[in-house]
Design a protein around this ligand. Structure first.
Ligand SMILES: [Ca+2]
Ligand SMILES: [Ca+2]
Length: 268
């Protein structure tokens, strides 16, 4: 399938819980890489997956809102929901549990059982870091990158060793229903520490940007000057990482991410 064929696919098609889980993991985990355990527990308790903004002020990685704080203070576990059920975290007059059951946002006073708003819209699951790279884009096609054995073999031929663990979500920004590029958030590891990178391409799958996302705990990755070197390269012609420095760690991760994009979006 070529990149252009993607416009035939329905938007925001989340066919499995796993796909939704991946999206949420990415959307809520960044940039702080907090475990999105809350979202899983919330689903267990209330039967649906909330957006990051149930607990965060402005998407994943931002400070907790009042509901997120109450949940945290109550123990951050399944039992915590009952403990804070009768409270009204956001002060909109509806109790927390009442809001959760009505699918309004217990952490946002603007969302109430009678006027829920669009906080559960799947578009809200597109990470802010991705949206910032495509200003003006209002529609995204999140595409689950599940790797087949053929994909893994193609990747190897391109010089990247991918594994099932590298499966990910590719975000495809659309303008007038047509893809205008791609974006992928993926992990890199340096000296045993995990951090995340964002790779974006144009519609021809040439790299437009590689940037670090949460490198506060890996200062070397924040300072690296290697990011600009990927710009303009086709994703199937990225350099292989080699060596032990942080630049090599980044290059290896970018090679894997670019190759993942290529094998999933370009015809064999
Ligand atoms: Ca409330
Ligand atoms: Ca509310």
């Amino acid at each position: 399938m070529s990149l252009m064929d993607l416009k035939q696919r329905p938007l925001f098609r989340l066919t499995t819980a796993r796909q939704a889980g991946w999206l949420l993991l990415l959307a809520c985990a960044l940039p702080a890489q907090a475990e999105p355990a809350f979202a899983r527990l919330y689903k267990q308790q209330y039967g649906y997956t909330p957006s990051c903004n149930a607990c965060h002020k402005d998407g994943g990685g931002t400070p907790n809102n009042a509901y997120g704080q109450q949940f945290k203070d109550a123990g951050e576990n399944l039992a915590a929901f009952a403990k804070i059920a009768a409270l009204d975290a956001d002060g909109d007059g509806a109790r927390n549990a009442e809001e959760a059951l009505a699918k309004s946002n217990p952490g946002d006073a603007k969302s109430t059982p009678s006027s829920k708003g669009e906080w559960l819209d799947t578009a809200s699951l597109i990470p802010r870091e991705v949206q910032a790279l495509f200003p003006g884009v209002r529609e995204y096609l999140p595409r689950d990158a599940v790797l087949t054995d053929a994909d893994l073999a193609r990747a190897q031929a391109l010089g990247a060793v991918l594994a099932k663990a590298d499966e990910n979500t590719i975000y495809i920004p659309l303008t007038d229903k047509k893809p205008v590029g791609t974006a992928l958030i993926f992990p890199a590891e340096y000296q045993g520490k995990l951090f995340f990178l964002l790779l974006a391409t144009d519609r021809q799958l040439k790299v437009t940007r590689v940037q670090p996302l949460n490198t506060a705990h890996v200062p070397a990755a924040a300072k690296s000057g290697v990011y600009a070197s990927f710009q303009g390269l086709a994703v199937d012609q990225l350099p292989a990482g080699g060596g032990v420095g942080v630049d090599a760690a980044i290059t290896t991760a970018v090679k894997k991410a670019g190759t993942l994009l290529y094998v999933r979006l370009k015809n064999a």
